[in-house]
Every structure is written in C-alpha cells, then in structure tokens.
Design a protein around this ligand. Structure first.
Ligand code: ADP
Ligand code: MG
Length: 140
C-alpha cells in the first residue's frame, strides 16, 4: 500500500488511522512486525488496526506485562510486545501456532523474533519532530 514511500503523521490519531486503513487488507494469519523506538507510536498504530478489524480498541495499550493480548474482531488480533523478552524466550511463546490458527499477529519490538514468517508486513515508525512521525509499510 505505502511501498511508494513513507507516510507522515502529525498526531497519535493519524497514526492510528494508518493502522486502521491497513486492517482492510489484512487476512487471517497475517503477521505485522512493528519497529520503532519507545514512544514512536507502535501501540497507537495497533489500536487503529484493532479498530479496523472491528475489535474494541479503546483499551489497546502496550502488552508489556501480559506479553500477548487478544482482541476479538472479524479476525482475532493478537497484540504482542517482545520488549522484555530474549529471543530464546520468544521461541517459547508459540507465535507460529497463533499464525497457523488464523490470528492476525501484530508485534512490537519485533526484532526479538528471530525467525518471523516470510509473508510478514514490516511497519517502521520514526520520530521526525515532536508530534511528527514517518511510517513506512513494506510487504503489503
Ligand atoms: P510505542 O508503542 O511505539 O512505544 P505509543 O503508541 O505507546 O508508542 O506512544 C506514542 C506516543 O507519542 C503517545 O504518547 C502519542 O500521543 C505520542 N504521539 C505524538 N505524535 C504522534 C504521532 N504522530 N503518531 C503516534 N503517536 C504520537
Ligand atoms: Mg507500545
């Protein structure tokens, strides 16, 4: 969708809206890998993704302590935050099984998943000033 170039947003809501638009293209078993520093807007993007999938999105926050949070929309969304995990621990989460079950899996701090599936989409969010972010979405 945005392979043509990065998207610029100027608010949290605009970043969420970008996630919401992406939801229209998501199929069961899709993996969305999110990269970006703390505060980049990864969780905001996933909030929009949840909304776009018809899941209750207001309570979408970083699942730092739960590791995996499930939201029930037209396709189940699994929101994962790997921040506190080592790559070896990530292997034990069973992310591949969730993908095989047809869930959509959106992952913050995705570099800690050493071996994501080949068809995964990669969302990169970079700070570009106070409220400005540059978002690139590849593989979609
Ligand atoms: P992350 O999950 O990447 O750590 P969050 O989505 O939790 O980031 O937080 C992003 C923070 O940055 C929020 O406080 C949000 O209000 C703020 N913010 C400011 N501008 C933007 C923007 N353009 N897109 C997303 N978040 C923004
Ligand atoms: Mg987050």
């Amino acid at each position: 969708m945005h392979d043509a170039g990065p998207l610029v947003t100027d608010s949290e809501e605009e970043t969420a809206a970008a996630g919401e638009r992406l939801a229209a293209r998501v199929q069961p078993g899709q993996v969305v890998l999110l990269h970006g520093d703390l505060g980049a807007g990864k969780t905001a993007f996933v909030r929009g993704l949840a909304r776009g999938l018809g899941a209750p999105a207001d309570d979408v926050s970083s699942p730092t302590f739960t590791i995996i949070q499930e939201y029930r929309g037209r396709i189940p969304l699994y929101h994962v935050d790997l921040y506190r995990l080592q790559p070896a621990e990530v292997e034990e989460l069973g992310l591949d099984e969730i993908v095989d079950s047809g869930g959509v899996v959106a992952i913050e701090w995705a570099t800690r998943w050493r071996d994501p599936p080949g068809g995964a989409w990669v969302v990169r969010i970079d700070h570009d000033g106070e409220d400005r972010r540059r978002i690139s979405i590849a593989g979609s």
